[in-house]
Write a protein that binds this ligand. Structure first.
Ligand SMILES: C[S@@+](CC[C@H](N)C(=O)[O-])C[C@H]1O[C@@H](n2cnc3c(N)ncnc32)[C@H](O)[C@@H]1O
Length: 208
């Protein structure tokens, strides 16, 4: 498998290396993204889902930030799920963190299960953003929050670079208005936050 494909679905030893790199590389971004939840709504979630959990860094931050919550991750990559459970073995043994292989398009949970759903650096790999967000929203309780975070967005100056990266990594990084529009259509009242220096974006949607 080419290294470029390891970000979309990490496999084997090389996939494990990419997962470890992402855990480091996305730490500040993830912390920045999670910080916007309380700016929108004060919550004390009991069930949290992290979609595309990668190496489990976000799950760990969520478990620390929300000590009463049970945080679950799903990822299409077996290697990601293994890495998540290894990295969080103590939290797993305390019943605070779990993870399993699944796709965002077919979430193995009943409707209205979660108070909070997070998705860090993954939406652009999903097969059908509109359908997949709507499906995720059906797993949110009323008043629940969905957070989508991306390390890049087209800002008028980097559009060509984004097009090139989209082609190289098999991604669909979209304009912020499109992502927010998809979330609104799925029933989320959505606010968009950007860090213009870093070109980061966080979308926080509240289910009506
Ligand atoms: C760039 S990594 C980000 C991982 C982690 N969220 C982080 O910030 O470090 C993208 C992750 O999304 C997962 N992924 C891609 N497509 C997916 C899908 N359709 N359903 C669930 N997970 C998916 C990949 O396997 C990979 O672990």
């Amino acid at each position: 498998m080419a290294k470029e494909d390891q970000y979309r679905n990490p496999q084997g030893e090389e996939g494990r290396k990419v997962i470890e790199e992402m855990n480091e590389h996305h730490r500040e971004l993830t912390s920045w993204g999670l910080g916007h939840i309380s700016a929108v709504k004060d919550i004390s979630p009991s069930r949290i889902l992290d979609i595309g959990c990668g190496g489990g860094n976000c799950l760990r931050m969520l478990a620390v930030r929300y000590p009463k919550a049970h945080a679950e991750g799903i990822d299409i990559s077996e290697e990601s799920v293994k890495a998540t459970l290894e990295r969080n073995s103590a939290y797993h043994s305390w019943g605070r963190i779990d993870a399993r292989v699944a796709s965002v398009s077919d979430l193995p949970f009943p409707e209205e299960t979660f108070d909070l759903i997070t998705a860090i650096e993954t939406y652009f790999f999903w097969p059908d953003l509109g359908k997949d967000v709507a499906h995720a929203v059906s797993r949110l309780r009323k008043g629940g929050i969905m957070l989508i975070v991306s390390e890049q967005y087209p800002n008028g100056r980097n559009d060509e670079q984004i097009r090139e990266r989209n082609a190289k990594y098999g991604m669909k990084v979209l304009p912020n208005e499109e992502v927010a529009g998809v979330m609104e259509k799925a029933g989320l009242k959505t606010q968009t936050f950007t860090n213009e220096d870093k070109n980061w974006v966080a979308f926080v949607g509240v289910r009506d």
